[in-house]
Design a binder for this molecule. Structure first.
Ligand SMILES: Nc1nc2c(ncn2[C@@H]2O[C@H](COP(=O)(O)OP(=O)(O)OP(=O)(O)O)[C@@H](O)[C@H]2O)c(=O)[nH]1
Length: 578
């Protein structure tokens, strides 16, 4: 092995078989011995020029896996796509598709995930490689469970279970089974499913999967009011779970313990666990445990009469809950759209078949001109028309679903997930062609007071008026989205800070003018604005939003109803209008 490594590192021509062996070794080690896997990958990558085309694709697949493992899905996804389109090895293509589905799911690109899942399911019958099949069935079960299609999730887990009996895949399959059953309210916490899943995962040393199963077992006990039993279960494997450093489960256990203690009236312990759950949260993600932790902290503070703290936690809870629900509905809608796409394609194929039959019969008729055949043709044409109508209807519903998933129900402009999606792509384009972009963030002033004094319905009306006032000044290519309750963002490609400031000022005046004729006498409607340019904050959306937010905060502090430009970390926030 050392010789082979030296041969690669030192540029001595290595045997093609060496690379196959190394790549295979790296593949086998990737989840159990990451440092060794990474070292082999670096070695083989250094000798890239000597690899045969198939070996190069295998290397690219492992590199994509490495990026995904590091959480860098934006790099992993195009790498997987390249392997799928360039590799001639059907097994590698299949495995890359399965990994791509998982990465797209975690990166919340659900529609794309379904498109690739359809490809995967279609190729499953022709794929006999056991490892590839395990990956494919795992990805299919996971995505369906995420989309709330628990029976489909259960089907795929059962197939995985049958195919991987006695192997590590059995543990994964049994865990997925427990998850589907819990999420569809059918899990018996003391039943055979849980017991077998724990036994299989423990026997394969799969600590993380075993603890995911315990998490669902504890949840089911809590749902049945058996709080002490849940605590006993979670306490027993608490230390073991901490050692895995798998944050998703660590924060889950903490919030479950917080919940059980809260229900038993021990508020001090409940608060400690809930705070720990927030502290150990998965970075940059709004997960279910985070929403539950904020809700508990709010309820604990409320019970202890700490009104101010309760309110602060309530706001965090409401915001996290909204984001989480947006995500859940995006997954469900993506599923519906994927199904409609599949039906539409099937109908198109059927329509083409019928069209063929009509042509064939017409040819026969040219010779015979038989009356009965004419009738048959008329019937076929009628059937064809109906099929086209049906396909048209399906397409329309599909477009409707897409619109729902991308737009805000109240104001009609695009919603936060879609804004982020399109803005990232626009910023990438601008970065590549070195064009300046600007971002405007606007937030209604004292909106809570309007709600409190005139009711939520009046508040909704004000939100619509503000959007209508701003839309008058915006062109179709200027991306306008609702990114929070009363917070909006506008991304302007090919736009300098000076022009963005001028536009923001126009919008400020337009919003202020809606106070007259708003139907709410004595109410001043205004917005504060934060503006930032890619010249000062770069092309990363997250950074642009954070910088615009800092400028917006400054505008709020300085008295609201004004526009502030972000001028970089060093420079003060300045160029205040009016
Ligand atoms: N009517 C209505 N209210 C909403 C909606 N989304 C969020 N809100 C409310 O918007 C208010 C935002 O209040 P705050 O964040 O305290 O901000 P504010 O009162 O505008 O004060 P400043 O931003 O500091 O000027 C909260 O009361 C939310 O309940 C919505 O869709 N409709």
């Amino acid at each position: 092995m050392l010789c082979a490594l030296l041969a690669v590192a030192g540029g001595i021509a290595a045997q093609p078989g060496d690379f196959d062996r190394k790549l295979g070794e790296a593949d086998a080690l990737k989840s159990s011995d990451y440092p060794r896997f990474a070292a082999i990958l670096t070695d083989v990558d250094a000798a890239k020029a000597e690899l045969a085309p198939a070996q190069l694709q295998y290397l690219n697949y492992l590199k994509a896996w490495e990026r995904g493992y590091a959480g860098d899905y934006e790099q992993a996804i195009p790498l997987y796509k390249a392997v799928i389109s360039q590799s001639e090895d059907a097994v590698l293509q299949f495995r890359a598709t399965a990994s791509l589905v998982s990465n797209l799911t975690i990166a919340r690109r659900y529609q794309e995930a379904y498109t690739y899942l359809d490809m995967l399911v279609e190729r499953l019958p022709q794929t006999s490689n056991p490892q590839a099949r395990e990956q494919g069935l795992h990805a299919a079960a996971l995505l369906n469970i995420q989309a709330g299609q628990y029976d489909l999730g259960l089907d795929f887990s059962n197939r995985l279970l049958q195919e991987r009996k006695g192997l590590r895949g059995e543990c994964i399959a049994r865990e997925l089974r427990v998850e589907s059953l819990y999420k569809s309210n059918r899990l018996d916490p003391e039943g055979e499913d849980v017991a077998l899943a724990l036994e299989t995962c423990n026997s394969h040393g799969e600590v993380v999967f075993a603890n995911i199963v315990r998490g669902y077992q504890a949840k089911a006990r809590i749902d049945k009011g058996r709080y002490r039993d849940a605590i006993t279960l979670l306490d027993a494997s608490y230390e073991e779970l901490q050692r895995t450093r798998y944050l998703r489960m660590v924060s889950e256990f903490d919030v479950l313990l917080a919940n059980a203690h809260f229900n038993l009236g021990d508020l001090a312990k409940a608060r400690a666990y809930a705070l720990r759950s927030v502290d150990k949260r998965v970075p940059n993600e709004v997960t279910e445990p985070l929403v539950a932790a904020y809700q508990l902290l709010y309820r604990i503070a409320q019970q202890q009469g700490e009104t101010k703290t309760a309110l602060a936690y309530y706001e965090k809870y409401a915001e996290a809950d909204k984001q989480h629900l947006d995500d859940v509905s995006a997954r469900a809608l993506a599923y519906q759209m994927a199904r409609h796409q599949a039906i539409a394609t099937k109908l198109q194929i059927e329509a083409l078949n019928k069209q063929n039959q009509v042509l064939q019969l017409q040819q026969q008729l040219a010779g015979k001109a038989a009356e009965t055949s004419r009738l048959y043709i008329a019937l076929l044409i009628a059937g064809l028309l109906m099929l086209f109508l049906w396909a048209f209807h399906t397409k329309r519903r599909q477009l409707h679903f897409r619109h729902l998933s991308q737009h805000d129900g109240l104001t009609g402009i695009i919603n936060r997930p879609h804004f982020i999606d399109v803005a990232r792509r626009t910023l990438d384009d601008c970065r590549r062609s070195v064009r300046e972009c600007s971002l405007i963030l606007l937030d209604l002033d004292h909106f809570k007071t309007i709600n409190d004094l005139h009711g939520h319905a009046a508040g909704d009306q004000v939100l619509k008026q503000v959007v209508a006032a701003c839309s008058t000044y915006l062109r179709p290519n200027q991306l306008f989205g609702r990114i929070g309750g009363e917070e909006f963002a506008i991304l302007l490609a090919d736009c300098s800070a000076v022009r963005a400031m001028a536009l923001a000022e126009q919008l400020r005046q337009a919003v202020a003018a809606t106070s007259v004729g708003s139907g709410l006498p004595g109410v001043n409607i205004s917005c504060s604005f934060g503006v930032v340019s890619s010249v000062t904050a770069g092309y990363e959306l997250r950074q642009l939003l954070a910088s615009a937010d800092a400028a917006l905060y400054q505008a709020k502090r300085d008295g609201r109803n004004q526009v502030v430009l972000y001028q970089g970390k060093q420079g003060a926030l300045g160029a205040v209008l009016p």
